[in-house]
Ligand binder design. Structure first.
Ligand code: SF4
Length: 66
């Protein structure tokens, strides 16, 4: 089980306000790109028989509890 910080971060689920302005979300949750300055460990997951690369985020400058 991953202990990634993303599970308790408000940016893990992208959101916009009524005007379409981004109120939550990050490089990772929006674009699957690394967040500059994060510390993360690469992980391999097997989903439906396919090997997927992901990351366990250990620390992240954009983290906000949510
Ligand atoms: S801001 Fe960092 S901790 Fe939060 S979801 Fe994005 S990568 Fe994860």
């Amino acid at each position: 089980m991953s202990g990634t910080k993303c599970w308790c971060c408000k940016h893990s689920i992208p959101a916009t306000d009524r005007r379409g302005r981004q109120t939550a979300g990050c490089e990772w949750s929006l674009y699957r790109c690394k967040v500059p300055g994060w510390v993360a460990r690469e992980t391999i997951q097997i989903v439906s028989g396919k090997r997927l690369t992901s990351f366990e985020v250990l620390s992240c400058p954009r983290f906000e509890r949510g």
